[in-house]
Design a protein around this ligand. Structure first.
Ligand code: UTP
Length: 292
């Protein structure tokens, strides 16, 4: 068998979920295209991948997600207008978006879960490790979260999952891990409990949407039978993976915003507005007008 390369150049970003937590706005528009100031959520995620060394991005899309393809393509009418207005700064910025990476698109014909979405891209992954980023999670950090994880993958040469400490009352919204600390901020994972009740949770370390995986995950996904509401989740496949090889969890440095939820999205907007040179002073003044 051909030896597997250990560099990570490819990422899968599944964006075929229905976004029911954000209805009605997601009825006809992808949640990934909601703006955080002037860039859509998906661009923050793509930039994190690219800034971590990713060159190839495979989007797993579905119906109603065509705006994502258009966003990462040329926009000739807008570009011509910017040229005639001599707005070269914005022109450069607009063009750069389509050159961020080599983009490929596959369709998930039915939303049968995040695990099933990955399987839809399996034929595009060669014999190489790859990253998976869930576009709901926008992570603001000094070193990109994925780069932090790639460094751990290089050291341990086994899959890596991003972990975040959550409040006890919130564990039932996440996959929660049981693990053993192997060094500061790194755990060897023993088991994953999918959305446990607080009293049954083995920890308050939740899996968030960043993974480094190897192609053997596809063999596991293929064998899984859809459960609950016909979905194949990545968490189930990871529980099987744990039985055959070590999987590590990294408590990454940074702040994650769940932009698939209304409150997470709102917090992300406030965070990026308060960091934005043009907006921060006026926005701060505005916030002070609320007597809270
Ligand atoms: P989520 O379950 O968080 O997203 O999936 P969702 O299904 O879109 O959200 P809600 O709960 O209905 O609001 C995690 C990631 O997997 C993708 C989603 O787009 C999201 O990025 N996904 C999920 C798929 O691509 N296909 C699926 O069938 C399910």
């Amino acid at each position: 068998m051909q030896k597997m390369t250990k560099t990570i150049k490819t990422a899968i970003i599944p964006v075929a979920g229905l976004g029911t937590r954000f209805l009605p706005v997601t009825k006809a528009q992808p949640k990934e295209m909601l703006p955080l100031i002037d860039k859509p959520v998906i661009q923050y995620v793509v930039e994190e991948a690219v800034n971590s060394g990713i060159e190839n991005i495979i989007f797993v899309t579905g119906r109603n997600k065509r705006a994502i393809e258009d966003y990462f393509d040329y926009a000739p009418e807008i570009e011509l207008k910017l040229i005639s207005n001599k707005n070269y700064r914005l022109l450069k910025e607009i063009r750069a978006i389509s050159k961020l990476a080599n983009f490929a698109y596959v369709r998930q014909k039915e939303p049968l879960g995040s695990g099933h979405a990955l399987l839809c891209a399996s034929h595009l992954i060669k014999n190489e490790p790859f990253a998976v980023l869930f576009a709901d999670d926008v992570i603001d950090s000094r070193m990109p979260c994925l780069e932090q994880m790639i460094n751990i993958f290089k050291k341990y040469k086994s899959p890596v999952i991003a972990l975040e400490k959550v409040n006890k009352k919130d564990v039932e919204k996440y996959g929660i891990i049981e693990g053993v600390l192997v060094e500061k901020n790194i755990l060897k994972i023993k088991r994953i409990f999918e959305k446990p009740k607080a009293k049954d949770a083995p920890s308050n370390l939740a899996i968030v949407g960043r993974f480094i995986l190897e192609p053997d995950i596809f063999e596991i996904l293929k064998k899984l039978k859809p459960k609950k509401g016909k979905e194949i989740t990545l968490s189930e496949a990871l529980n099987e993976l744990l039985k055959i090889k070590p999987v590590y969890g990294l408590k990454f440095k940074g702040i994650r915003y769940d932009c698939g939820s209304k409150i997470g999205y709102l917090k992300a907007i406030a965070n990026f507005a308060l960091k934005n040179k043009e907006l921060k002073n006026e926005f701060k003044k505005f916030l002070k007008t609320f007597k809270i």
